[in-house]
Design a protein around this ligand. Structure first.
Ligand code: FVH
Length: 292
């Protein structure tokens, strides 16, 4: 059956795991989709579902007013941009490739010079979550273009606007992923530690998740301390944590696992003590991480 007339056509460049999920979500929502990928064979399943293959990035961009890119990195996005010629003028380019705020600003400037509207985005989902209830994308850049295309972008999940500075989506994306990687590092170290005594990681997962969830309830209070600069605590001081932390590094060594992920944290606690923050809570460390 033909798509509803309200379903705007979209071009998707980059058909890796995530780009394929994005194109699939658009097809599922009834949008006509044109696709391009460096390795053309990856377009096969989407074309079988009705997507139109484009021979070059310029052909894909010329095909539709809205263009979504999801490549491995922003250097690859710039390489693709450099092949587009006049095709990009008047188009809205939504770049969902992971990158830095500075890269997003540079790509936005390039797009502006070439007459295109640029929206940067950070995908807060794995491919299997796209179009599901927990997926969302943070966006920044050209607000008018975002408002125009928001109903189409909603095919991927929630649409969270972060501001007209094109670098803001990457800041939000990287900050959210930073929290995730902190959790990943802790979980991996915990599993490595229990495995030194043949404690199954599968059995340890349940108390670990419960403990992390309980500790996460303190995050809003830390946030208040970071914003206000008032770090005094009646929960757990830097002095107490700095005193206990050598036990972790010693135990890792005694048990035969690397402490390389956690040694920098000891160094930061030591610096906090040396700079006179013994009575403060751990939220003070966020201030100390600032380079200036
Ligand atoms: N997968 C995930 O869970 C995360 C979720 C959050 C967002 N990330 C970011 O999404 C970008 C793409 O990730 P991906 O998972 O789709 O990655 P791959 O499956 O490896 O696909 C990479 C695509 O990039 C194309 N590509 C690579 N190099 C070039 C190049 N020089 N010129 C043009 N295209 C290039 C690659 O093409 P091919 O190898 O199939 O020919 C794929 O289409 C990424 O920024 C994540 O951080 C995903």
């Amino acid at each position: 059956s033909s798509p509803p007339s309200s379903a705007a056509p979209v071009s998707v460049l980059g058909l890796g795991m995530m780009g394929t999920a994005l194109a699939t979500a658009l097809l599922d929502a009834g949008h006509p989709v044109t696709v391009w990928n460096r390795t053309p064979a990856k377009a096969g399943p989407l074309v079988a579902r009705g997507a139109l293959p484009a021979g070059t990035p310029a052909d894909a961009v010329a095909a539709n007013p809205l263009v979504v890119l999801c490549l491995l990195g922003n250097t690859h996005v710039q390489e693709v941009f450099d092949t587009l010629g006049d095709a990009v003028a008047g188009r809205t380019v939504v770049n969902l490739t992971n990158g830095t705020p500075a890269q997003a600003r540079e790509l936005a400037a390039w797009a502006s010079e070439h007459g295109a509207h640029y929206i940067d985005g950070g995908i807060m989902a794995v491919p299997q979550m796209i179009a599901g209830p927990h997926a969302y994308v943070v966006y920044s850049g050209d607000e008018q273009a975002f408002r125009t295309h928001r109903p189409t972008l909603a095919a991927f999940g929630g649409t969270k606007w972060t501001g007209t500075d094109p670098g803001l989506a990457a800041v939000h994306d990287l900050a959210l992923l930073t929290g995730m990687y902190g959790m990943v590092i802790g979980v991996l170290q915990a599993f490595a530690l229990v495995r030194t005594e043949n404690i199954p990681a599968t059995g340890f997962a349940e108390p670990l998740v419960a403990w992390i969830q309980a500790m996460l309830t303190g995050v809003p209070e830390w946030a208040g301390a970071v914003d206000s600069g008032e770090h005094l605590t009646d929960v757990s001081s830097i002095a107490v944590n700095q005193s206990a932390f050598p036990n972790f590094l010693t135990a890792y060594r005694d048990q035969g696992i690397s402490g390389e992920l956690f040694e920098p944290f000891q160094a930061l606690l030591d610096r906090a003590m040396a700079e006179g923050h013994a009575s403060d809570g751990l939220s003070r460390l966020a201030d100390l991480l600032r380079a200036n």
